[in-house]
Design a protein around this ligand. Structure first.
Ligand code: C2E
Ligand code: MG
Ligand code: MG
Length: 693
């Protein structure tokens, strides 16, 4: 559209004087004036100059002001230019009416007051300028709307029919403007949305509330779908009458996809693609809510942990280990029903959520099936990989309010399954939880106990069976627990071993016992040949600097090496057979004696133990205690003693409680005895008194 020049007026008059006079008047008022002397010329000048206003005489000989009106109104670029007709004749009503019909906006009859003329001109020009400004801003707005490519902007009538739309709409929706103008806007909705009257409902919300916003799927002309952000705004006029709607959409498919990817990443494990802990927790929440609403709704959580994953990781590398996890995930998925959820919790831990089961046997059956499936070896990267899994099962119960509780219970049961023997499944039982809590407390207490020095050493005499004389003591640790009184090792040694606390505790016992024995030896000549037995945990055996530490204890306490006898259980040796062989020979070089504790309870064979530099075997008290009742046990004891002697080892019988046992052992030529028959373990003071007797 062509805009007229500012403050420009075309004056058309065939009488030069009148033309001049009016020109002067207008110029004085600050207008720029074009002139013409008849209607035709006036039209030509108007087309070139685009004045804001045309003031024309009505009657002119060649082409009249009325002709000019018709020409101007017929021209697209001048159609809206206001025309003021001026008539020199006093009464020319017919011409005025004709002029107004031909498109003149106003008229003025001579003789006219110049002030009156200028007021009319001023008003007309002002109106033109206002309309012009409106057009300009409308044009700019339309240009803006049209140029916005990312937004589909539709103008709808009150019925939802498309009145106009922009370039972006054509681009996003795939239609040409002519295909869609007049159509109902619901054409862009999914068929299922149309069925549910969604378009109509959205319009009425917009009409009622002024605006409706949503993110939803829409369809393009080719039938493809895209995610769109939709805003429908009601358009009302000054008197609040609804005139239509604007409907603005933006294609947000990319953003939605990115969000979807992020959401997926937040709730899935990247390696296996399985749901992760967060998603599982979410599902569990839903299941817990169901149990609250439906009494007979049951679900179960299986906590699965691979038994040898660390070994596979260490020996075959992360690559193969990762492949194994992926393969296991796949195998679990094929073993289970589609409605069950398999999640990876991290590392080699998986959890399985079985929804809506009948009873616990459904869960155990699935656990068995999983264990059977996992037994089939995996072939990965040219390796045949064998694995088993320990599974803990927790059944939903009214007690579970938090998803984490279900997982914790299944985890506890899994630990139990692992402890009993790998490749098994166990069902959670509330006692397990109590036990775990007690163990946690014990662990925390143990840490304090080391700092607060709450441990004591008790001493149990070891007697020579041939002479009946005291040969030494076994140092046995006791814990003076601030609340629970004196605790025997059975109550805390296992936890101390699991947590590694046994290392500082064991070292302290060794130091204390060696020091005590050295004190006794110095106190009396009878004590000088006594020795002290100290128990060594397998955790200590696998400690790199054990030999240095023992050596240091001997040097610090001044005890001679041959007075120290270290006891280690058979299973302790078997667990670290390689390092034990090295450590033992180094200890032997120090001059320390080595005893095998609780012999007969492990799986070792005597001939195997022969390769270790062992001095003495301590036969486990379970054989001694039942020697009389079961002939078989007596035979075992006899055989052990004979074999030990053949291997040049001495034998100590543990747990001698009766004189009959003592006699029997003497007959079997067992060298030493230890047990309640002689004495229970006692504190250092009592042991000192015993030596002095
Ligand atoms: P152990 O080394 O086999 O110690 C012998 C255990 O048998 C002691 O139990 C002792 O009190 C008990 N006993 C001795 N004679 C008899 C008897 O005639 N009848 C019966 N029924 N029992 C008898 P305690 O002191 O409770 O120690 C248990 C285990 O704790 C020890 O078995 C040892 O394996 C471990 N232990 C004790 N102190 C230490 C220590 O300082 N370090 C390490 N690593 N382990 C220790
Ligand atoms: Mg012992
Ligand atoms: Mg023992």
């Amino acid at each position: 559209m062509k805009y007229p020049g500012e403050n420009t007026i075309l004056v058309v008059n065939d009488i030069p004087d009148q033309l001049k006079l009016m020109t002067l008047m207008l110029e004085q008022a600050g207008y720029r004036v074009f002139t013409a002397s008849d209607g035709h010329e006036g039209f030509q000048v108007a087309r070139r100059g685009h004045p804001q206003l045309v003031i024309s005489d009505v009657s002119m000989p060649r082409a009249s002001g009325i002709d000019l009106c018709r020409l101007v109104r017929a021209d697209a670029t001048l159609r809206t230019t206001p025309i003021l007709l001026v008539s020199a004749l006093r009464i020319d009503t017919a011409s005025v009416v004709e002029g107004l019909r031909a498109g003149a906006d106003d008229y003025l009859q001579a003789p006219y007051d110049p002030v009156y003329l200028m007021a009319k001109v001023g008003r007309l020009v002002e109106r033109v300028q206002m309309v012009q400004a409106l057009h300009q801003s409308e044009d700019q707005f339309r240009l803006l709307v049209e140029s916005v490519q990312d937004y589909a902007i539709l103008m709808l009538d009150t019925q939802g029919r498309v009145v106009s739309w922009n370039e972006g709409a054509a681009r996003i929706k795939g239609y040409a403007a002519e295909e869609i103008i007049g159509e109902h806007f619901s054409r862009f909705y999914l068929p299922e949305d149309i069925e549910q009257d969604k378009p109509e409902r959205e319009l009425s919300v917009a009409a009622e509330q002024g605006r409706y916003g949503d993110e939803a799927w829409r369809v393009r002309k080719d039938g493809s779908r895209f995610w769109s952000n939709v805003v429908i705004t009601a358009l009302r006029d000054e008197s609040s009458v609804l005139r239509g709607f604007s409907h603005v959409t933006r294609d947000i498919t990319e953003r939605k996809r990115a969000e979807e990817r992020l959401r997926h990443a937040a709730f899935h494990d990247t390696l296996t693609g399985l749901p992760n802990r967060a998603l599982l927790i979410d599902y569990l929440k839903r299941c817990i809510a169901l149990t609250k609403r439906h009494e007979d709704y049951l679900f179960a959580v299986l906590f699965l942990d691979l038994d040898r994953f660390k070994v596979i990781n260490d020996s075959l590398g992360h690559g193969v280990a990762d492949q194994l996890l992926v393969a296991i995930a796949r195998r679990l998925l094929t073993t289970l029903r589609p409605e069950d959820t398999v999640a990876r919790l991290g590392g080699d831990e998986f959890a399985i959520l079985l929804e809506d089961i009948n009873d616990i046997s459904d869960a155990t059956r699935i656990a068995e099936r999983i264990q059977k499936e996992l037994m089939v070896p995996f072939s990965l990267d040219g390796h045949e990989v064998f694995t088993t899994a320990s599974i803990g099962i927790a059944l939903s119960s009214g007690m579970h309010d938090q998803p984490e509780d279900c997982l914790r219970d299944a985890d506890t049961a899994m630990y139990r399954a692992k402890a009993i023997g790998k490749g098994r499944h166990e069902i959670f039982d509330p006692k397990m939880h109590t036990r775990v809590m007690a163990l946690l407390k014990l662990e925390a207490d143990l840490r304090c106990a080391v700092e607060r020095q709450e441990f004591r050493v008790h001493y149990q005499p070891i007697m020579s069976l041939s002479t009946g004389m005291l040969t030494g003591f076994e140092a046995l640790v006791r814990w003076e627990h601030p609340h629970r009184g004196t605790l025997a090792p059975a109550e805390f040694i296992v936890v101390a071993e699991e947590t590694g606390m046994i290392i500082p505790i064991g070292l302290w016992v060794m130091h204390e016992a060696c020091h005590q024995m050295r004190v006794w030896q110095q106190q009396s000549s009878t004590a000088s040949r006594l020795s002290i037995n100290v128990n060594l945990s397998c955790k200590q055996v696998s400690q790199a600097d054990l030999v240095e530490r023992v050596d240091l204890v001997l040097r610090e306490t001044g005890l001679e090496a041959h007075s120290l006898k270290l006891e280690i259980t058979e299973s302790g040796i078997m667990e670290n057979a390689d390092s034990a062989a090295v450590v033992f020979s180094q200890l032997k070089d120090l001059g320390v004696k080595l005893h095998i504790d609780d012999f007969g309870t492990g799986y070792s064979s005597l001939s195997y133990l022969h390769s270790f530099p062992v001095d003495t075997l301590k036969i486990d008290r379970s054989f001694i205690g039942r020697m009389r009742v079961e002939v078989k046990n007596l035979e075992i004891v006899r055989t052990i003693i004979q074999l030990a002697h053949n291997l040049h080892m001495e034998v100590t019988a543990e747990g001698v409680e009766t004189v009959e046992q003592l006699d029997q052992l003497k007959r079997l030529e067992c060298e030493y005895g230890q047990g309640y028959f002689f004495s229970k373990p006692m504190n250092a003071q009592s042991a000192g008194a015993l030596i002095m007797q």
